[in-house]
Ligand binder design. Structure first.
Ligand code: SF4
Length: 432
């Protein structure tokens, strides 16, 4: 058995209160400020009513056009670069394998999640299409143009998956269906499988069933918070947001029945105040139900209600990434692991040689999400630099090289004997 000693690990960043993890007491969001009535609900964009012309990039620094799904969708900068819609380069990535399409409206998302750059409390400060999600900008483009580009060469497409991301808006359910229809009319879902990142707050079981019937392959629910208390504090009543833990689980269980084993999952953000034991218990619960977990490392997004808080320390994050991979793909159970009195992993419950082999393979530390075409445990959704800067990568959007593995081992406090970690090289910033 391998025993980790968290106190010996060298964190990439210090956690809240100087701890090597982000504790619940330290991770309280700020309260949202009141929005003047004249600036609510996308009033500025609707009043100016500028007609959109092609692709809109949040840094164009012009009056935000009136763009609305299903005619317009937003996408990650990585997806826009891969499609050739905007110029740019990504650190150590030639493309992204997942085309994430986000529904967009001048009114924006009506929820107020404390960690999210798209949240409603920002509407006085920035128009919706100019807010970034987490870390990266999301340009907007006509849906027809997006479909045209991919349909031109489906077999040669770099995308292994397309994902429709819903937001909290009265039109979101109907428009997600329209976007799905526009896509499947021209692109065979067997060639590029489709995922739905749902918005349970406005959905019911028949919406889940409709998306399955229309060709969606995987259905995910962004729980984001690992416990009901953190959920309520970061995306429920605690921040005047409409989401409810029980409703999220209802839709997750509907997805389990409608989509079936291995075809549903939940997103979890690590480092918002839960313990490592909490989050790995949730991962185990999802695996026992037949689903998967997709993880994100908490990043204090500027302008969000949690921008005063520290990013997840890298040692906490690596332990959870490794534990999650072992539970999701290697048959290890959370009850095989041991935790200290602060809920940190001190033993992963497998022999050292097996643990070493898993660490050295590197897959555990890559971005997690719905699978692409390389392997079941390699996510198509690689989200380049969506939860960290390239200088201190949390989720690796590319296969790890030997130097990356040494860095991860250093962060875990599990360097191999005689191995020397070379401190940060110069990293070039993400081209966006
Ligand atoms: S529902 Fe999603 S998009 Fe809306 S504020 Fe919450 S995390 Fe952001």
């Amino acid at each position: 058995m391998t025993c980790l000693k968290p106190e010996g690990a060298v964190p990439g960043t210090a956690g809240a209160g100087g701890l090597d993890f982000n504790a619940y007491e330290q991770m309280a969001p700020r309260a949202p400020a009141a929005i003047p009535a004249a600036l609510r609900n996308g009033a500025r964009v609707k009043h100016n009513n500028i007609a959109p012309e092609g692709v809109y990039f949040p840094k164009y620094n012009m009056l935000t056009p009136h763009m609305r799904s299903p005619d317009y969708v937003q996408m990650s900068t990585a997806a826009a670069i891969t499609l050739g819609l905007v110029p740019g380069r990504m650190h150590r990535c030639s493309c992204t394998r997942c085309l994430n399409l986000l529904l967009t409206y001048p009114e924006g998302c009506r929820a107020n999640c404390a960690y999210c750059g798209l949240a409603r409390h920002r509407e006085a400060e920035r128009d919706y299409a100019d807010r970034n999600f987490i870390r990266v900008d999301w340009p907007a483009a006509p849906m027809e143009e997006v479909v045209d580009i991919v349909a031109r060469d489906v077999a040669g497409s770099p995308f292994h998956r397309m994902c429709i991301s819903m937001i909290t808006h009265p039109r979101s359910d109907a428009d997600a269906v329209t976007v799905l229809k526009q896509w499947t009319e021209r692109i065979d879902p067997a060639a590029i499988p489709i995922s739905i990142l749902s918005n349970p707050t406005t959905m019911n079981r028949s919406d889940v069933q409709r998306m399955r019937d229309m060709g969606a392959d995987i259905f995910t629910v962004a729980l984001d918070a690992a416990t009901p208390e953190i959920f309520d504090r970061t995306r429920g009543k605690g921040v005047q947001s409409p989401h409810n833990w029980k409703k999220y689980w209802e839709i997750l269980m509907d997805a389990r029945e409608v989509f079936g084993p291995q075809k549903f999952g939940a997103h979890i953000i690590v480092g918002m105040g839960e313990t490592e034991h909490d989050v790995l218990n949730l991962v185990q619960r999802l695996v026992d139900l037949g689903g998967h977990s997709h993880m994100f490392c908490f990043f204090p997004e500027k302008g969000s209600l949690m921008d005063h808080l520290p990013a997840t320390p890298r040692d906490q994050w690596r332990r959870v990434q490794l534990g999650r991979y072992l539970i999701d793909y290697c048959g290890v159970r959370v009850d095989h692991m041991r935790f200290d009195d602060m809920g940190r992993v001190v033993d992963f419950g497998i022999p050292k040689a097996e643990l070493d082999a898993t660490i050295d393979a590197g897959i555990a530390f890559r971005t997690s999400g719905c699978p692409g075409k390389f392997a079941d445990d390699i996510s198509a959704c690689d989200r380049p630099y969506g939860d960290s800067p390239p200088s201190n990568i949390a989720s690796y959007p590319f296969p790890l090289a030997a130097a990356d593995i040494r860095r991860v081992r250093h962060q875990l406090g599990l360097e191999q004997p005689g191995e020397h970690y070379v401190a940060d090289e110069e990293f070039e910033e993400f081209g966006q």
